[in-house]
Ligand binder design. Structure first.
Ligand SMILES: Cc1cc2nc3c(=O)[nH]c(=O)nc-3n(C[C@H](O)[C@H](O)[C@H](O)COP(=O)(O)O)c2cc1C
Length: 191
């Protein structure tokens, strides 16, 4: 049953000091993200685990030192691959050839060229990244770890903390750790 993990997940705003998710957990979360769906099967993301204290502090600063970031034991920052989405890129060709499983790539190219607009691809790619983020948040909840998705960051400082190229855009930082507080009452609109 997946629903218990969905019900258990909440945005944790403060983590227990000294509780750092280990490499095995980060690998599991990244695997959950890797299996997320994406439009055209383009998987326009890259996942950057951040554990090392100096880099962790730089990521927290990019997140304006909000408490979830400042106390996180680790992050996985989800990066949107933006320039790679050019229809003439090797990246797109490789993905479409893989998706076509040896079949004709012409129909998907035709649909994608009609869809592609360079000026909107950064936000489109970030939107795709959210699917991977959701998978990772639920996997963290399933294993008993706390998480907080953080979209409130300075993109320039985040890019510099992670040494990103201009072809990539940070989409969401997932703060991870053992949550230091219980879940607040769930607020949701009725169906
Ligand atoms: C894309 C995204 C960005 C978010 N950014 C932040 C953030 O910068 N800081 C924060 O404290 N929470 C952030 N959140 C968490 C939301 O505030 C939280 O999910 C929402 O209030 C619902 O609460 P719940 O997740 O505990 O059910 C973000 C959530 C999403 C999906």
């Amino acid at each position: 049953m997946l629903l218990p993990a969905i019900e258990a997940r909440f945005a944790c705003r403060r983590f227990v000091s000294g509780e750092t998710p280990d490499a095995g957990l980060l690998a599991e979360l990244i695997e959950a993200g890797r299996l997320a769906p994406s439009a055209f099967g383009l998987e326009p993301w890259r996942f950057v685990p951040v554990v090392e204290p100096v880099q962790r502090a730089a990521v927290a600063r990019a997140c304006f030192d909000q408490p979830a970031a400042e106390t996180a034991g680790a992050f996985i920052v989800v990066i949107a691959l933006v320039d790679a989405l050019d229809p003439d890129s090797d990246y797109v060709r490789n993905r479409f050839e893989a998706e076509a499983r040896g079949g004709d790539t012409a129909p998907v190219y035709e649909a994608y060229r009609a869809f592609y607009r360079a000026e909107t691809m950064a936000s489109w790619a970030c939107g795709q990244c959210n699917f991977a983020v959701a998978h990772m948040l639920l996997q963290a909840a399933h294993t008993g770890w706390g998480s907080c998705p953080i979209g409130g960051f300075d993109a320039v400082r985040m890019s510099s903390a992670l040494a990103l190229s201009r072809a990539e855009v940070p989409a969401v930082a997932i703060a991870l750790g053992r949550c230091a507080h219980s879940a607040a009452e769930r607020l949701r609109k009725p169906i």
